[in-house]
Design a protein around this ligand. Structure first.
Ligand code: PEP
Ligand code: MN
Length: 347
């Protein structure tokens, strides 16, 4: 349920409603970003909803009370009709601009990461991606460089100005990763790790939330709700392919999820064609499809020497292929009324 206040309703009227909501055992949540105050009422309602609508409609300053039928409340377009633009160090995700996040799957060394960071920056990327804590299927595979990798990423940010997107896998490492990263990535395997979601919700950092390979779009939004309800409005959703019976590619890109998400939620949506296809040859066509159908950006793996990459070399683009992808993406962005400018960072 949301309570929409009259424009300019004084703070006392808002406070009186908040107190009443708490008094009946529910939780008031105010969306700070809009001109007129909208109070979301969160929690399990055991009294009749119609009664509750009537009850709150009588408070002074209330323009309207609406029920949100979606299970996700704060993520719902009903609660927040305008698109959310998440801004990280001045770089927008959402809005007119198509944002490109690019970089290696894993941070492997200072030279490797800086080299790739400069390539992707010069070719117009807005963010540098790279994993220091890697969720690998096998415990014997490279697990990432840990804090040393985070230090390299933060040096790459200092050199290029690109904000950093990197994964955090454990609640105990959220503070550490948040000290170095600008965007905390929740990987597909952790999309339903609720303790981790709450923890990144409290971290004060923007979050890139990847869809689990066996999760529905609805589950993704419920996971986003965990982060939002901790008071963190800066959530970016990511479609990265799901497991289906089809095994011609690593995962199946659920391209439908993009327009569906744009319909159901105000949060920005990016597509990861690298993990959704698992094959560099399909990265560009699928990335273009994502931009054409409304994605706010793409996150792409790039490596200067994919044959020797320590993870996901098969799906990594060499710099010349990334350059081609950027040029093609710009054309598709313009064809659908968006822009793909080289990002200007505030350094
Ligand atoms: C990654 O981004 O390198 C990664 C491991 O992604 P996902 O969680 O989508 O598999
Ligand atoms: Mn990867």
């Amino acid at each position: 349920m949301i309570i929409i206040m009259e424009p300019g309703a004084p703070d006392e009227q808002v406070r009186a409603i908040e107190e009443d909501i708490s008094h009946i055992g529910l939780r008031p949540f105010i969306n700070p970003g809009v001109e007129r105050k909208v109070i979301a009422v969160l929690g399990e309602v055991d009294i009749s909803k119609a009664e509750l609508v009537e009850h709150f409609s009588t408070f002074p300053g209330v323009a309207r009370v609406d029920l949100i039928s979606d299970l996700w409340k704060l993520a719902s377009r009903t609660y927040h009709p305008a698109d959310t633009i998440v801004r990280v160090n001045g770089v927008p995700v959402g809005g007119e601009q198509i944002t490109v996040m690019a970089g290696p799957c894993s941070v492997e060394s200072r030279e490797q990461t800086l080299e790739i960071a400069h390539y992707v920056k010069n070719l117009g990327a807005g963010f540098l991606r790279g994993g220091a804590f890697k969720p690998r299927s096998s415990p014997y595979s490279f697990q990432g460089m840990g804090e040393d990798g985070l230090k390299i990423l933060s040096d790459a940010r200092d050199e290029t100005g690109l904000p950093i997107v990197t994964e955090v896998m454990d609640t105990h490492e959220v503070d550490l990763v948040a000290r170095y990263a600008d965007v905390l990535q929740i990987g597909a395997r952790n999309m339903q790790n609720y303790a981790l979601l709450k923890s990144v919700g409290q971290s004060g950092r923007a979050v890139l939330l990847k869809r689990g390979m066996g999760s529905r779009v609805k589950d993704l939004l419920m996971s986003a709700e965990y982060i939002l309800s901790e008071g963190n409005p800066n959530v970016i959703l990511c479609e990265r392919g799901i497991t289906t019976f089809e095994n011609s590619t690593r995962n199946t890109t659920d391209i439908n999820a993009i327009p569906v998400l744009k319909q159901w939620t105000h949060l920005p949506v990016v597509l990861d064609p690298s993990h959704s296809t698992g094959d560099w040859r399909y990265v560009e066509p699928i990335a273009l499809a994502g931009i054409a159908c409304g994605a706010d950006g793409i996150i792409v793996e790039v490596h200067h020497d994919p044959q020797h990459a320590m993870s996901d070399g098969m799906q990594s683009l060499k710099p010349d292929k990334f350059e081609h992808l950027m040029a093609a993406s710009r054309k598709v962005a313009e064809a659908v009324g968006r822009r793909l400018d080289a990002c200007k960072q505030n350094i």
